[in-house]
Design a protein around this ligand. Sequence first.
Ligand SMILES: NC(=O)c1ccc[n+]([C@@H]2O[C@H](COP(=O)([O-])OP(=O)(O)OC[C@H]3O[C@@H](n4cnc5c(N)ncnc54)[C@H](OP(=O)(O)O)[C@@H]3O)[C@@H](O)[C@H]2O)c1
Length: 321
Amino acid sequence: MNILVFGKDGQLGKAFQSVLTDQKLGEHRIHYVGRAQCDLSNADAITNLLRETKPNLIINAAAYTAVDQAEQEIDLAYAINANAPAILAQYAVKEGATLLHYSTDYVFDGTKTTAYFESDARNPLGVYGKSKAAGEEAIEKVFAAHPNPQAQFAILRTSWVYGDGGNFIRTILRLARERESLKVIANQYGVPTSAPWLASISLAMVLDENHQLRSFPSGLYHAIPQGETTWYELACFSVQVALDAGADLKLRPDRIIAIPASEYPLPAPRPMNSRLARSALDALMNQISKGSDVTKWQQWQQSWQEPVADYVQDLVLHKRS
Ligand SMILES: NC(=O)c1ccc[n+]([C@@H]2O[C@H](COP(=O)([O-])OP(=O)(O)OC[C@H]3O[C@@H](n4cnc5c(N)ncnc54)[C@H](OP(=O)(O)O)[C@@H]3O)[C@@H](O)[C@H]2O)c1
């Protein structure tokens, strides 16, 4: 089998490299591709790469993710987040391939008071969210227009991703070394998602125990760990874990000040509620892991705190924050 992974230098792409290497998929040819090998804003470059590599499984971990900059770079955001996935979907339906694509809580406006279901209407607030929503719609449209029983897709919506790259937790730990007090937003709700956790759950979804493609219902899935939090709680938790792990910080959790989002204006609007209900993937993971893979089920049932604590401890231990 040929596996093509886009976004090799991003948080999720790096996590895929490490998880796929651990799984020792020697019998498969895996192509990891970054911006230098294929610029996703260039349709011809994508088509040529697909022709050369003939993937049976495409993992699209690349995206235009600069949320605030997207307000200025609208065409570029749409080219990468909407046009590129459409081309990948066209290839998948033509060749009977599987497409694994990632999306975001930002496709919702965040006004719902409970968790969003996969079936809830998209209503993105900013350009990034709109371009990601357009990518979701493009994939759905291509698959609906060209039914091929061999082809399948999963769009995994996730939130607050952290891994090997820039993210909120790293920013907080850097600021915690420099400052004695810090204001953090306390009225935006979501779930921190570890990139390796997400890569591992994604692979459990698409590959069986013999590392062959499994079939699953094409569609949207919400992929986040259990629980929920706010940026403020996540900051307090991360700082406390770092202190317990021996980090030399000026900041203490009791000097983190909870503020409303209105006190921290940013160029792009963010959803106040990023909670995603896990029902679709819950049903699938239950079916997949029934009897055969208890470890995967336990991983799926993990709450956000455990992987965040592991991540922070690792950053402190290796002085990477
Ligand atoms: N980060 C989050 O908090 C978050 C939350 C919800 C959903 N998501 C979604 O999760 C997925 C993975 O996110 P992530 O956190 O891993 O993002 P990331 O760390 O920003 O990585 C994105 C990758 O996409 C690549 N890329 C950007 N423009 C490109 C282009 N024109 N051609 C080729 N590659 C290009 C980047 O390449 P360079 O390294 O060269 O810049 C980068 O390696 C994305 O679909 C994102 O929308 C992320």
